[in-house]
Design a protein around this ligand. Structure first.
Ligand SMILES: Cc1cc2nc3c(=O)[nH]c(=O)nc-3n(C[C@H](O)[C@H](O)[C@H](O)COP(=O)(O)OP(=O)(O)OC[C@H]3O[C@@H](n4cnc5c(N)ncnc54)[C@H](O)[C@@H]3O)c2cc1C
Length: 305
């Protein structure tokens, strides 16, 4: 963050664009807008009992936990301490839920995945080199939970409903998913139940939140991501990068997209009438003149003599 600030970036926290600042205000104040809002709309599980207390989207839990880790005085609204926790979803988000629940002192953690368990070795017929091998990998979180004897994971599990008393969840009802069609009807007569005081839904993310995109009226692709094949959206001066453009992905992609998008924005700004020279951060008038960059300026938070 310091590096960005030194370079002249002003960071305004706690501003929900589209709510606290209107799209019109934003567009009149800035020549270019980059949508880097991520892909945060979670996939839901609309089975009976979904509305019971104790059934949450993973991020409702993880936002609170991260704040607690960053600042121990923050009281997280959802806690796994002493609870039977079920995490639905076997990806990175699910792993983070397992790790946090474990470190909080959950009684037991069960991580469920609807797909079959991947093979122990690279299946050459499906993912030959140089493709990323689709093989079983024990997550850091499950490794930790197994070492403590608190965690287990199960595959081909289809959640059919949640049950409970007094409006609170206490049990997850499930059945074996069909390996040929895991998202279809589960195997008949294979029903079982798991104790659950806290259920965390970590089944992936659909697309970016749509409200701001609707206000800007940018075109979307068929998955609901911002359509911007060259980072430019369908609206002049509005760009998109990262998960908002490609869907929930990886940090390395977000970094790469941010850099490529910045180049496109720079090119776009070069086509506009210059307003005035910007004096901010470590950008000095001499940077653009024959004298070259000034000596002794702050760079990346370090003082350069
Ligand atoms: C739980 C979890 C675990 C993950 N684990 C990994 C991992 O191990 N390795 C890996 O490579 N990737 C992982 N990822 C994916 C990775 O975090 C993302 O691919 C990456 O952060 C995308 O970066 P981004 O800048 O596009 O969006 P984000 O990092 O999602 O940033 C979007 C930002 O925009 C803000 N925002 C949204 N709407 C508005 C608005 N209207 N006004 C103002 N601000 C707004 C959000 O608050 C957020 O700060 C994980 C993701 C999750 C959710």
């Amino acid at each position: 963050m310091q590096q960005l600030r030194d370079e002249g970036v002003e960071v305004r926290c706690g501003v929900d664009v589209g709510v606290d600042v209107s799209v019109e205000e934003l567009r009149s104040e800035f020549d270019a807008v980059v949508l880097a809002t991520g892909s945060r709309e979670p996939r839901d599980l609309p089975v009976p009992g979904r509305d019971l207390e104790g059934v949450h989207f993973a991020m409702e839990y993880l936002y609170g936990r991260n704040r607690w880790v960053a600042d121990g005085s923050y009281e997280a609204p959802i806690t796994a301490a002493g609870k039977n926790v079920v995490v639905i979803g076997g990806g990175d988000t699910g792993a983070d839920c397992v790790a946090n629940a474990d470190r909080e002192g959950a009684k037991q953690i069960v991580q469920l995945e609807v797909l079959p368990e991947p093979p122990a070795r690279r299946p050459d017929d499906r993912t030959p080199w140089p493709l990323w091998p689709q093989k079983f990998r024990l997550s850091y979180a499950m490794e930790e939970a197994r070492a403590l004897g608190t965690g287990e994971q199960d595959y081909l599990v289809s959640t059919t409903s949640f049950g409970g008393a007094g409006g609170r969840v206490s049990v997850l009802n499930a059945a074996r998913a069909n390996p040929e069609n895991p998202f279809g009807p589960p195997v008949e007569g294979s029903d079982f139940e798991i104790k659950a005081d806290l259920v965390l839904l970590a089944m992936g993310f659909l697309h970016p939140e749509q409200a701001l995109l609707d206000q800007l009226d940018v075109e979307r692709d068929k998955r609901g991501n911002v359509k911007a094949s060259t980072y430019e959206t369908s609206v002049d001066g509005v760009f998109a990068a990262g998960d908002a453009r490609r869907g929930q992905s990886l940090i390395v992609w977000a970094i790469n997209e941010g850099r490529q998008c910045a180049r496109m924005v720079e090119r776009y700004l070069g086509t506009l009438e210059p307003r005035e020279l910007i004096h901010s951060g470590n950008v000095e008038p001499a940077d653009t003149g024959p004298a070259g960059p000034p000596q002794g300026r702050a760079s990346y938070g370090l003082s350069v003599e």
